[in-house]
Ligand binder design. Structure first.
Ligand SMILES: Cc1ncc(COP(=O)(O)O)c(C=O)c1O
Length: 459
């Protein structure tokens, strides 16, 4: 069968058997899906040999490009030893070695590593640990059963993570299934909920966090937050000092701080972890995505000795943390994560990233002149470009007009794969992207935006 015929057959079978995540299947089955067969560096290659730039790191996971030799080698070496053995009642070599490395890298105070499989499970673990921590305290913290999160927050798709989510489009529908949580204003400067401007606002949006804590801290176990950048909410960057303020409030009102570094971790924002931008030390931290350099699903929840100790006791006291997954601490994932950390260290990835971050800012600059670019938000090698119908009023395009999706479709025609968040065009290339590739990517994004927004968009 030639390549074209094989692709046709695969496309038919995709439409026949698959159900894709975050996808309207009625539209999907009318398309010819792009089927990826290979990858190399920042390029993805389809079944017919066409190459595309991977502009969103395969949904925010890939760090060093595809088919990174050091990671391939680590995986092959581990598979010759063992693919998987349980962590229930046993341990394994890469899981131990990785935990040690993670503790050394993490913000100070995080000394214990609990593995799981993906960003959502890492968040579930953090929520359950935080809740149970208070239940385990002597002297009555029984009421600390609720959580506080920000508007526009996204922490994953499992029900605990959805309960602390703040994106109505994704989360509202499931309300009857969720536990109640408090929501504070998002620090969304472009569409400030208080109609103020930074820095004159003096971070007034954080006052809503304080007000909730003042009134309800006795029933709140923890605040969960994506440090420095609300990713799926639209790449909303936090104003300087906001995260520090949250940390201070958590301490003052005696609630735990959960940092969800699932997307921001491992260099993506220019620092190893986003908390480092403000020297913030969380009580729990969820990591995944970049942990394996984008190779395998692995996650971890890191926490402090104080929280860990709350679960210690005689067997029959059953203070055990009753949580675990079949693939917890999977040796293949841990081995490739170790190799990933080694590449980050050896290749001085973060050091070499800094000029690319500056270059991205320069490359994005001309887009400010586009009549439909309302805001450009950048942190590290992450950029969100918010498109608006009307620049003066900031009137958004209606979601039904699929403007973001149409820009992504145009970019694909030009050789770049991106995935928008509603009207926000996202660029989050692998950290290994070269200056030339970066220039190419931004050039395509600019062209695609122009092509779509200069045509009449239906209401
Ligand atoms: C901040 C954050 N937390 C959690 C998740 C969920 O991770 P996963 O898709 O691996 O479950 C995501 C995914 O995008 C995320 O951005």
């Amino acid at each position: 069968m030639d390549r074209k015929a094989r692709t046709r057959k695969l496309q038919e079978e995709d439409r026949r058997y698959l159900w894709h995540p975050f996808t309207q299947q009625r539209d999907w089955v009318k398309t010819d899906p792009l089927i990826i067969e290979r990858g190399d560096g920042v390029y993805l290659e389809d079944t017919e040999g066409r190459r595309y730039l991977d502009g969103v790191s395969s949904i925010w996971v890939n760090l060093h490009g595809h088919r990174k030799q050091a990671l391939d080698r680590a995986l092959l070496a581990q598979i010759k030893r063992i693919a998987h053995a349980t962590m229930l009642g046993l341990s394994n070599v890469p899981a131990i070695e990785l935990a040690k490395r993670l503790v050394a890298l993490a913000p100070p105070g995080l000394t214990r590593v609990f593995y799981s499989d993906n960003g959502s499970t890492a968040v579930e673990v953090a929520l359950k640990m935080a809740f149970e921590y208070w239940q385990r305290q002597n002297g009555g913290f029984w009421e600390k059963t609720k959580f506080l999160h920000l508007g526009e927050a996204y922490h994953g798709d499992t029900l605990g993570a959805v309960s602390v989510g703040g994106i109505p489009l994704f989360h509202e529908r499931f309300k009857p299934l969720l536990f109640p949580a408090y929501e504070a204003h998002a620090p969304y400067c472009y569409r400030c909920p208080l109609r103020l401007t930074f820095p004159e606002c003096k971070l007034s949006c954080a006052d809503s966090v304080e007000q909730i804590l003042k009134q309800h801290h006795e029933e709140i176990a923890a605040l969960i937050v994506e440090p420095m950048l609300l990713a799926a909410g639209g790449m909303i960057t936090m104003p300087q000092g906001y995260l520090t303020r949250l940390r201070k409030l958590c301490t003052r009102y005696q609630i735990l701080m959960i940092a969800d570094e699932v997307t921001t971790g491992f260099g993506r924002t220019g620092r190893m972890f986003a908390c480092e931008h403000e020297g913030v030390k969380p009580d729990l931290m969820a990591i995944s995505k970049g942990l394996t350099g984008g190779y395998l699903p692995l996650a971890a929840t890191l926490t402090t000795e104080r929280i860990y100790r709350a679960f210690l006791g005689r067997y029959e006291e059953f203070k055990t943390f009753f949580h675990g997954h079949s693939y917890t601490g999977n040796p293949l994932g841990c081995a490739v994560a170790l190799a990933n950390l080694e590449v980050l260290r050896k290749e001085r990835t973060l050091f070499r990233l800094q000029p690319k971050i500056a270059a991205l800012q320069l490359l994005l600059k001309p887009l400010w002149g586009d009549p439909h670019v309302g805001d450009i938000r950048q942190l590290g090698l992450i950029a969100g470009i918010e498109l608006v119908r009307d620049l003066a009023t900031k009137e958004p395009y209606p979601l039904a007009a699929r403007v973001g999706m149409r820009v992504a479709e145009e970019a694909r025609r030009l050789g770049l794969l991106i995935r928008p968040l509603g009207n926000v065009i996202v660029l989050m290339p692998p950290l290994s992207t070269t200056m030339r590739e970066l220039k190419q990517m931004v050039g395509i994004v600019a062209k695609a935006i122009r092509a779509v927004t200069s045509t009449g968009i239906p209401s």
